[in-house]
Design a protein around this ligand. Sequence first.
Ligand SMILES: [Zn+2]
Length: 121
Amino acid sequence: MKEKISRLLRSVHLLQFNFLATRVSRLPDSSTMEADKLTLVQSGNVKKWACFKCPGGCGEVINLSLNPKQRPRWQISEDFWLRPTIHPSVHQKNKCGCHFWIKSGKVHWCKDGRPMHSMKD
Ligand SMILES: [Zn+2]
């Protein structure tokens, strides 16, 4: 429900985001993943994975481990409108090579970290 309100607010330019977080209990099917959805895989109260399509335009799905016992790992939080903030930055080592932060649902590109075919602002 709140997701719908957030999207509505974005459509009238009252809210800005590239990604909105959705909580699920199992890893999503990467073929059906939407470009602006960040799927938060959670079992009970434990956040396990953050999955989303690379904003660099390469089409790859990025799976970030949120498991505190593993390295590398990331931390994620969401604001009232379900906009995710991820720490630290994400750096794809593939051909895409993109390097960015996600803050309050927005992609912030690092210097030289933005590929030519990346998603629009
Ligand atoms: Zn990419």
